[in-house]
Design a protein around this ligand. Structure first.
Ligand code: HEC
Length: 171
């Protein structure tokens, strides 16, 4: 009779310890580094769709909802976002984006946005028409404005140094 209580106490203690440890690592990483350059979007609509469905994990304009400051959630969310930014970051278009050309495919295959994210972010669950518009828009955007320094088939900096495009206010 005492045994179960002791076991559950032990479980709770371990859970709390893990939560504290993970929370300690996770805290302070809910960051939004500076936007150095965005692609030259083909239309404002493409950007709007990308903001809705992709920017939380693939830009430096992540909206961090309150629950992402909870222990564990914070670590998971931060980790997700940092991984996402490493693959593709619309806010640092002056740097190589190794996965840019995969974006259309990732959307079409239903791989992106991730299913668990959609549970909490219904607005990012785009209609089939919006998905198609985003796929086409991203392709057009990447063709006219490949990331500087990598992926997307540029061979030279034809638009080298043409002042940071920083406008993020076009709704
Ligand atoms: C909840 C966060 C999140 C959202 C929202 C999200 N992604 Fe991702 N994305 C990730 C993470 C994490 C990775 C890296 C790990 C992986 O591949 O699953 C990734 C990887 C990718 C990759 C690399 C190749 C691949 O398929 O793994 C592409 C391309 C991509 N995302 C595009 C998009 C696009 C386009 C959107 C919007 C329609 C989007 N993502 C929305 C988190 C996200």
């Amino acid at each position: 009779m005492k045994q179960p209580i002791r076991i559950s106490l032990a479980v709770i203690t371990v859970a709390v310890a893990v939560a504290v440890a993970v929370g300690a690592f996770g805290c302070g990483t809910l960051d939004n580094p500076p936007i150095t350059m965005e692609p030259d979007w083909d239309t404002p609509r493409t950007r709007e769709l990308a903001v809705t469905a992709c920017f939380d994990c693939h830009s430096n304009q992540t909206r961090w909802p309150w629950y992402t400051s909870l222990p564990i959630v914070s670590a998971i969310a931060a980790n997700n976002v940092h991984e996402g930014r490493q693959e593709l970051n619309f806010s640092t278009w002056d740097r190589p984006q190794k996965e840019a050309t995969e974006a259309g495919e990732a959307i079409q295959e239903g791989e992106m946005p991730p299913a668990d994210y959609l549970l909490l972010h219904g607005e990012a669950d785009l209609s089939p028409a919006d998905k198609q518009a985003l796929v086409a828009g991203l392709r057009a955007t990447f063709t006219r404005s490949p990331p500087l320094g990598g992926e997307g088939g540029t061979t030279g900096g034809k638009d080298g140094g043409e002042g940071g495009k920083d406008g993020h206010d076009d709704d």
